[in-house]
Design a protein around this ligand. Structure first.
Ligand SMILES: NC(=O)c1ccc[n+]([C@@H]2O[C@H](COP(=O)([O-])OP(=O)(O)OC[C@H]3O[C@@H](n4cnc5c(N)ncnc54)[C@H](OP(=O)(O)O)[C@@H]3O)[C@@H](O)[C@H]2O)c1
Length: 263
């Protein structure tokens, strides 16, 4: 399908790519995983009849269709934008993608809204529901609520009826998170922030994190026995220890990725 792009969004991935932090990058392909556009034409008469003129959201990744645990074929999961084997990136006027890489754009979303949601939204969905198994009443902490994925996770978890706590570097972002339904929050720059937060939150079921660093130590302080850490990134560096205290507390660690591993 040939798509005329109406809106595209930037993702932290695009910055990491420019910093040479992702493997499998091809700089000759434009950046951009997320976009919304109008179908100009389909490559067969049937596709053309069905899709021409429709407003569509681009599905940012291919090669991960149905397995909840991980992509079906190792190394075959490809995200749009500066990736080897990806056909294009959304920071373009026109893109050509396979028909399975478009879905109808929900009419209630503006072009900008729909273009901002797919990759971060899908990561958040997998982190909250597939890996975190969050349901109504789950007590959940989302670290770094200023992040695109964290914010999407907050909206999804609140909609599901979870009790959500957040951390941030900014009081303003915590206040905004509360307006969006978070119960409480704390600056992650506070010494022993997890112990401080526990005074109001009590023990939690799930912790969603993409910072890494010493998150396991905080998880041991905050999570109930058998609780879950969901990791969807490691912004602070490519290693995060898992400690014996976490083993003794029978804490589970689950990975929720929708982009390739960072180097
Ligand atoms: N975006 C995606 O689709 C996607 C997909 C898979 C994986 N990831 C991974 O997820 C991570 C975040 O991605 P993003 O797109 O959400 O990035 P982003 O929008 O740039 O957000 C990054 C956030 O990280 C938070 N942060 C920084 N240092 C922290 C710390 N020490 N403790 C806790 N939080 C900290 C900050 O939160 P505050 O502003 O609140 O301080 C910041 O806003 C990255 O590692 C990325 O590789 C992203």
């Amino acid at each position: 399908m040939l798509i005329k792009i109406l809106a595209a969004s930037l993702n932290h991935r695009d910055l990491f790519i420019r910093q040479n932090l992702y493997p499998g990058i091809d700089p000759s392909i434009p950046l951009g995983a997320d976009g919304v556009g109008i179908v100009q034409s389909g490559s067969t008469p049937d596709l053309d009849n069905e899709w021409r003129g429709k407003r569509v959201v681009l599905v940012p990744g291919t090669g991960w269709d149905s397995n909840p645990l991980a992509p079906e074929a190792r190394g075959r999961y490809v995200v749009l934008g500066s990736t080897k084997d990806a056909p294009c990136g959304t920071l373009s006027e026109l893109v050509a993608v396979e028909a399975k890489q478009v879905v109808l754009c929900p009419p209630h979303l503006s072009n900008a809204e729909a273009a901002s949601f797919p990759l971060a939204g899908l990561t958040a969905y997998r982190a909250v529901f597939t890996k975190g198994q969050v349901t109504s009443g789950t007590k959940l902490l989302i670290t770094g609520i200023g992040g695109g994925v964290g914010l999407a996770a907050l909206l999804l978890a609140v909609a599901a009826g979870a009790e959500v706590y957040v951390t941030s570097s900014s009081e303003k972002k915590i206040a905004r998170a509360k307006e969006l339904g978070a119960k409480d929050g704390i600056l992650y720059t506070t010494p022993n922030w997890s112990k401080e937060l526990k005074k109001t939150s009590g023990e939690l079921d799930v912790l969603l994190d993409s910072a890494g660093g010493d998150i396991c130590t905080h998880a041991v302080a905050l999570l109930k026995q058998g609780g879950t850490i969901v990791t969807y990134g490691m912004t602070l560096g490519p290693k995060t220890p898992f400690t014996m205290q976490a083993v003794l507390k029978v804490i589970k660690r689950r990975m929720a990725l929708t982009v390739e591993h960072r180097l």
